[in-house]
Design a protein around this ligand. Structure first.
Ligand SMILES: *Cc1c(COP(=O)(O)O)cnc(C)c1O
Length: 365
């Protein structure tokens, strides 16, 4: 049975009429940039995340960049983050001529290892960017405690984790800012690029609003060097429809995850994802680990079942970061994860037969 890694057509089929009505509304209004849809989405996302402010931006990558700009990260500064993430987490730091400093991950959760952070703090450290990888929040209480002690900012990379919770607090509501992505394959995905920054700090929100539109206080009068980091009305209108269904979809993902965990619990060849206590993992990816990954990938290919390696090369070993001076072996938990992890189909619309087919394929003799 063919099972794709993700099937956005299956999702679209369930909301097609509503989406088309929303698109029509925007097209008839002929208002395309920062209008009523973006404003409404900002209010709705702020409420959903439990934050006082949300500012729509052009992508998750730009959310990270603008959040760092808003706290004045620049040349000579250091920002501590995880090497096991999507590239944008580290590139946002480097694009401001600041230095990404990588702390290894916890091998169970794939999130930044709390015990590795403090040793990397120097007088130049300005911020920490934890990533809520695969949809499960990093240990935010511990990170905030370290940040308070050393007077650092915390920018949550929540690109994969909208709706994730830890101790009943939502991703993006604990740090000084939270960065979200609406890339189509994210749990809340638009029809193109988009992103959002959440914050509970009013001054921070005001700065971000300035920066996303060339630093214009009044049109054509620039107060700060910003850029075009705006979200458009079409994306916002689509996302507002989808946001209403997000919790249902997240529950579907969690239900599918529970099925895999139950049906694969006795497999000797794979390790299942670990859920922290009091954590609502949202499974943007369902990631198993195995030292027999190549065999498993071959089996998936043969059965026409989708799977993907997130991420094959950790950030500290990327060619573009060569001058940071890291070498293979420096961050062993991240390097092992990059060698051993594999994401399985987990989207809410998977049928029981599809789930069975995937689970059967995972069981290597
Ligand atoms: C997707 C993603 C981003 C970037 O978001 P874009 O909207 O694609 O720019 C950043 N960080 C993480 C962890 C992501 O998964």
């Amino acid at each position: 049975m063919r099972v794709p890694l993700l099937d956005l057509k299956a999702q679209y089929a369930t909301i097609r009429d509503e989406i088309r009505a929303a698109l029509d509304r925007v097209v008839e209004s002929q208002r395309f940039i920062l209008g009523p849809e973006v404003e409404a989405l900002e209010r709705e996302i702020a409420k959903y995340c439990g934050c006082s402010h949300a500012i729509g931006v052009s992508s998750g990558t730009d959310a990270l960049l603008v959040a760092l700009m808003a706290i004045d990260v620049g040349p000579g500064d250091e920002v501590i983050t995880t090497p096991y993430s999507f590239f944008a987490t580290a590139s946002a730091i480097a694009r401001l001529q600041a230095r990404p400093v990588f702390a290894d991950i916890d091998e169970r959760t794939f999130n930044i290892d709390i015990s590795a952070i403090e040793a990397r703090i120097t007088p130049r450290t300005r911020a920490i960017i934890p990533v809520h990888l695969f949809g499960q929040m990093a240990d935010m209480p511990s990170i905030m405690e370290i940040a308070r002690k050393h007077n650092l900012s915390v920018i949550e990379d929540a690109a994969q984790a909208i709706g994730a919770e830890l101790n009943h607090k939502r991703a993006g509501s604990i740090g000084h800012a939270g960065c979200f992505s609406f890339y189509p394959s994210k749990n809340l995905g638009g029809f193109g690029d988009g992103g959002m920054i959440t914050t509970n700090d009013e001054d921070m929100a005001a700065r971000i609003r300035l920066l996303r539109s060339h630093g214009f206080r009044a049109k054509y009068y620039s107060e700060q060097l910003g850029g075009n980091f705006r979200l458009d009305e079409i994306q916002a209108a689509v996302l507002r429809v989808k946001l209403k269904y997000l919790d249902r979809w997240l529950d579907g993902r969690r239900r599918n995850a529970a099925f895999y965990c139950e049906s694969l619990s006795r497999s000797g060849t794979i390790k299942l994802p670990y859920e922290m206590p009091h954590s609502r993992h949202t499974y943007n990816q369902f990631v198993i680990r195995t030292v027999r990954r190549d065999e498993l990938i071959a089996q998936f290919k043969q059965k026409q079942i989708g799977c993907e390696v997130y991420y094959p090369l950790p950030l500290h070993l990327q060619a573009c970061f060569k001058e940071l001076g890291y070498k293979a072996g420096d961050l062993p938990a991240s390097e092992a994860a990059a060698r051993e992890t594999l994401a399985l189909p987990i989207y809410a619309e998977l049928t029981a037969e599809m789930l069975e087919a995937v689970a059967k394929t995972v069981k290597l003799p």
